[in-house]
Design a binder for this molecule. Structure first.
Ligand SMILES: Nc1nc2c(ncn2[C@@H]2O[C@H](COP(=O)(O)OP(=O)(O)OP(=O)(O)O)[C@@H](O)[C@H]2O)c(=O)[nH]1
Ligand SMILES: [Mg+2]
Ligand SMILES: [Zn+2]
Length: 287
């Protein structure tokens, strides 16, 4: 409820909101019309159109998606370079998902206290690449108060989606910013270096300063319904800056002659890893 109280509710009626099948008609972040019943529970009678949403493929049923959150003002992707290591392939897939929904995204590299020289070097390379593409990049440790204070300012008054692999610190951040949230957190396995999927469903928390944080389960891979070979290129901000210079205006930047994107990669203006991840994703998509 707007005052922060919680009402148990059921969904009644038919909802046709999206062009693909979803696990549930309502999602965390939805604005709903609720009728209160005498026993104190509620009935959801209408769901307002979503301004945006983030989904994942539902692993238990084909052609079905789970909406992780909707109506988001911004997303924070928590990445770590150790315990666990977040790959750029994962980061880029997430950025494609938020870009396709026009959600401003910040990448926060956490667990800086554990980085050695090698990771610090890599951090600088990644910072350069993602800053150039137009994303905000931040680093720090959630074990450190000054990092928490910086993020508190960033999330104030907004509805922020927190995402990232299992074990990167999403729930730790919620616990730091939301009094009495008491979200369960768990150490990353010493054996595999991976998180244990402590959070298994999305949940929204109200911030004392105004705004909300949405904790989501640690995801292996994001998915963008409707993504094709043709529209992937438009989800790379640094490609958009140069691709109107390609000889063909539908250039996919693979092996077409006079491709401005490939030229920019050769000149080092677009990072090679961003381009390689693009090709990898392109190869998995339908035409
Ligand atoms: N060294 C160090 N450990 C951290 C930092 N931030 C979080 N951790 C630890 O990382 C572990 C995993 O954190 P969680 O908050 O449970 O991770 P999560 O992203 O919610 O994971 P899932 O719920 O499984 O998706 C916990 O043991 C935290 O204490 C940090 O900046 N430095
Ligand atoms: Mg968690
Ligand atoms: Zn091209």
């Amino acid at each position: 409820m707007p005052d922060g109280s919680v009402v148990k509710a059921v969904v009644r009626g038919k909802f046709r909101l999206l062009s693909f099948r979803t696990t549930s008609p309502v999602a965390v972040g939805d604005i709903v019309h609720l009728r209160l019943v005498d026993d104190g529970t509620g009935v959801i009678e209408r769901i307002e159109d979503r301004k945006n949403y983030i989904v994942r493929k539902w692993p238990h049923r084909r052609h079905t998606y789970q909406i992780l959150a909707s109506n988001i003002d911004q997303a924070i992707l928590i990445a770590t370079l150790v315990k666990p290591k977040t790959s750029t392939g994962f980061i880029d897939r997430f950025l494609i998902a938020t870009e396709s929904q026009h959600i401003p995204t910040l990448i926060f590299f956490n667990k800086y206290d554990l980085y050695e020289d090698k990771e610090k070097e890599m951090l600088e390379e990644l910072r350069k690449a993602y800053t150039n593409a137009g994303y905000t990049v931040l680093h720090g440790s959630l074990t450190d108060g000054s990092t928490i204070e910086r993020i508190r300012e960033i999330v104030k008054g907004k509805k922020t989606l927190l995402s990232g692999h299992s074990g990167v610190g999403k729930s730790t951040l919620i616990n730091a910013l939301v009094p009495n949230a008491n979200v369960k957190t768990q150490e990353v396995s010493e054996y595999t270096g991976k998180g244990k999927h402590t959070t298994t469903y999305s949940r929204m928390y109200k911030l004392p300063e105004g705004g909300y944080l949405i904790d989501t389960p640690g995801i292996k891979e994001f998915d963008v319904p409707g993504l094709t070979k043709r529209n992937l290129r438009d989800l790379y901000p640094e490609f958009r800056q140069v691709q109107n210079e390609c000889r063909y205006n539908d250039c996919l930047h693979v092996n077409e002659p006079d491709c401005a994107v490939r030229e920019a990669v050769e000149k080092g203006q677009i990072p090679l890893f961003r381009y390689q991840n693009y090709i990898r994703i392109l190869n998995t998509l339908p035409n």
